[in-house]
Design a protein around this ligand. Structure first.
Ligand code: PMP
Length: 296
């Protein structure tokens, strides 16, 4: 996949520069130790124009991710949102995936960064996991232990495990991996949150053991608006295998149903699940075809 060409701009430390002319510091801690934090948000082409979905929540989370690892964050959410809209305009993009990344500079010591840089890139990207129902497998690779890693922060280095888990899953013929938490409960997919449906109720693992997905929260809000019950509880492998249906959610993937987990196929026809209603509502919400205030 080509993320940029000779005409693509990125935003780098206050300036718009050509992606193919920008450089990085090869003595930086981000490159060597994964000492950086990032976000992923989307812009949609709506009848109200180009609109970033939940931009404040994403840039606020970027700030808290940086604070969690003592990475300086001297920017305001407001200015970053403005610069993101400008970046989209400069690149003539209406619908795009946007990747802000804060990274530390030259320092080979294992000490906190004294200063940091920010880059914001955007590219046109369809749903991350495609549009078809997914085959997922349980991974042997667990989520990081919450006592040794800030699991509610989006820290660059953490994604090595996600890369390993997803690559293993794809090698075995699946689309995505589900990872267990430190105690052996099913936590989430490598970069999406999990919901299962059983007897007309939804269940999702509680926040303490999963990444606090903004789409996860949107799903909960949609459920409130549509009167679907959601229970936050730790899920056993058995719970996940014996569910009626299940889906993953995240900014990059959107809301996407799961057809099969390991060798078990879910019995419920996806079109008749709660997940499918939520998927339809979510699509309308991000495109501002639904009254946002009523739902959220
Ligand atoms: N889990 C992880 C580990 C993630 O990195 C992400 C974001 N890609 C998600 C879940 C979904 O979060 P969001 O809905 O905020 O995109």
């Amino acid at each position: 996949m080509q993320y940029y060409n000779q005409d693509t701009y990125i935003f780098l430390d206050g300036e718009f520069v050509k992606a193919n002319e920008a450089g990085t510091d090869f003595f930086g801690q981000a490159l060597h130790y994964g000492y950086g934090a990032f976000e992923g948000l989307r812009a949609y082409s709506t009848h109200n124009g180009v609109r970033l979905f939940k931009a404040e929540a994403h840039f606020d989370r970027l700030r808290t991710s940086c604070e969690a690892i003592n990475l300086p964050f001297p920017w305001s959410t407001r200015e970053l949102i403005e610069q993101t809209y400008e970046l989209l305009a400069k690149n003539n993009m209406r619908a795009a995936y946007i990747r802000p990344l804060v990274f530390s500079g030259s320092n080979m010591h294992l000490t906190s960064a004294a200063n940091s840089s920010i880059v914001i890139a955007a590219w046109e990207w369809g749903p991350f996991l495609g549009q078809n129902l997914l085959k997922v497998c349980l991974s042997d690779i667990r989520r990081p232990h919450p006592k040794s890693f800030q699991i509610d922060a989006k820290i660059s280095g953490q994604y090595i495990n996600a890369i390993r888990a997803t690559s293993d899953a794809i090698r075995k013929g699946f689309d995505e991996a589900l990872m267990l938490d430190q105690d052996g409960f099913v936590a989430q997919a490598s970069s999406e949150n999990l919901f299962i449906e059983k007897d007309y109720k939804l269940y999702t693992p509680p926040m303490e053991n999963v990444f606090p997905g903004i789409t996860r929260q949107t799903v909960m809000d949609i459920c409130k608006g549509l009167n679907f019950e959601v229970v936050e509880k730790r899920l056993t492998v058995e719970d996940v295998y014996t569910a009626d249906s299940a889906f993953l959610c995240g900014t990059a993937a959107g809301i996407i149903g799961i057809k099969q987990i390991d060798e078990t196929t879910y019995p419920e026809d996806w079109e008749h699940t709660i997940g499918s209603s939520i998927q339809r509502t979510y699509k309308k919400l991000v495109l501002e075809q639904e009254n946002y205030e009523v739902i959220i």
